[in-house]
Design a protein around this ligand. Structure first.
Ligand code: NAD
Ligand code: UD1
Length: 332
């Protein structure tokens, strides 16, 4: 399939572009490079032997998107979004404009071009703080604790309403748990600017000696060791989940919702320990207050994706840490 990949030079998008090429598909990237580098294209070419076509454009630009979308696509995988939770609290209009208005504009362009198949990057954040675990796709959507989370809930709504009105559309909503790790080649990964907000990139910088210690947000949660528990999923597994959803649901009208996670949770202290083992570096930490808006524990029910997509995350926490560490070192 010829697939339009918005946000294709970003962290998850670039890994998915590699998986698309390896799966025999033809990805075409649209990205405004707000949070990625054009050098990703050379790295994808070095891994796959194929340099993907890329258009530098903003998904909010209807004229540009209409022109690009008309170049003959079977489907779209839509990653482009801003994703910094704290920034979304400070700049809510920017987040609603970029993520929600951007998605609406993209959908207008796709509709005009007759492209009716989309795979969308959603998040476990849409479940809020549910009463029970694991989180299943049937659970009602929760209440987000920040504007970023509300943009994901809103975009799911926009896509479901569109599908209800245009019954030919195939919409896959993929709810990622905590994507981490990097490509095993050491050539693709996540390089947040400034101080990382998320745990694993932060731990990586402490292991590398670039930050002094990890602040563990809360040691009194009702979890086995008192620290927060999350379902960390390797970004290459996640990328493969997109190909599985595309292959299964292209030309299959409806709204198809899947959790993408491993189905098991790890505490903050378990992540630190695994990273110490894989990097061979000491990782000092200190337990501090809880971070506002955090839930105690989150992990996915994964049987629906296994059953319907024949997709299952295969890489464990140690592999996630080892690949993250290889990427961290490759850039120094
Ligand atoms: P990323 O920032 O690395 O990638 C997003 C890409 O989209 C970047 O290359 C950026 O330049 C581009 N972009 C942003 N706004 C754009 C616009 N208006 N027009 C064109 N391009 C634009 O982030 P990521 O981690 O790869 O996340 C990809 C998607 O997955 C996002 O939708 C994100 O919300 C979602 N998601 C990510 C996580 C996570 O932990 N990384 C978890 C759940 C969901
Ligand atoms: C966060 C976002 C979520 C977003 C996701 C993207 C919040 C409240 N949630 O999820 O909306 O989709 O990132 O990946 O910001 N931790 C520490 N010290 C740190 C960093 C994190 O102890 O320096 C802990 C957290 O309390 C949590 C775990 O590590 O228990 C994972 O945190 P993080 O990587 O930020 O992911 P989430 O909070 O799950």
């Amino acid at each position: 399939m010829r697939v339009l990949v918005t946000g294709g030079t970003g962290f998850i998008g670039s890994h998915t572009v590699v998986s698309l090429i390896e799966g025999g598909h033809e990805p075409v990237i649209v990205d405004n490079l707000a949070n990625s580098q054009p050098s990703v294209l050379d790295r994808v070419a070095s891994i796959t032997g194929v340099a993907p076509e890329m258009h530098r454009a903003d998904i909010r630009d209807l004229e540009a998107m209409t022109a690009i979308a008309s170049r003959g696509f079977d489907a779209c995988i839509h990653f482009a979004a801003l994703k910094a939770v704290g920034e979304s609290v400070e700049e809510p209009l920017l987040y609603y404009d970029n993520n929600v208005a951007g998605t609406v504009t993209l959908l207008m362009a796709l509709e005009a071009a007759g492209v009716e198949s989309i795979v969308f990057s959603s998040s476990a954040t849409v479940y809020g703080d549910p009463d029970s675990l694991p989180m299943t796709e049937e659970m009602p959507l929760g209440s987000a604790t920040n504007p970023y989370g509300w943009t994901k809930i809103t975009m799911e709504r926009v896509l479901a309403d569109l599908q209800a009105a245009r019954s030919g559309w195939s919409v896959s909503l993929l709810r990622y748990f905590n994507p981490v790790g990097a490509h095993p080649s050491g050539q693709l990964g996540e390089d947040p600017s400034g101080v990382p907000n998320n745990l694993m990139p932060y731990v990586a910088r402490v292991a590398a000696g670039r930050l002094p210690k990890v602040e563990v947000f809360g040691g009194d949660y009702p979890t086995p060791d008192g620290t927060g528990v999350r379902d960390y999923v390797h970004v290459v597994d996640l990328a493969e989940g997109h190909i599985a959803a595309l292959d299964r649901h292209h030309g299959d009208p409806g709204v198809h919702v899947y959790n993408l996670g491993t189905g098991r949770g790890h505490s903050v202290l378990e992540v630190i320990k695994a990273y110490e083992e894989e990097s061979g570096r000491p990782i000092p930490y200190e337990i501090v207050d809880r971070r506002p808006g955090d839930v105690a524990a989150s992990w996915a029910a994964v049987n629906k994706a296994e059953r319907e997509l024949s997709w299952k995350a295969r890489r464990d926490l140690h592999e996630m840490c080892a690949d993250s560490w290889r990427w961290e070192q490759a850039r120094r």
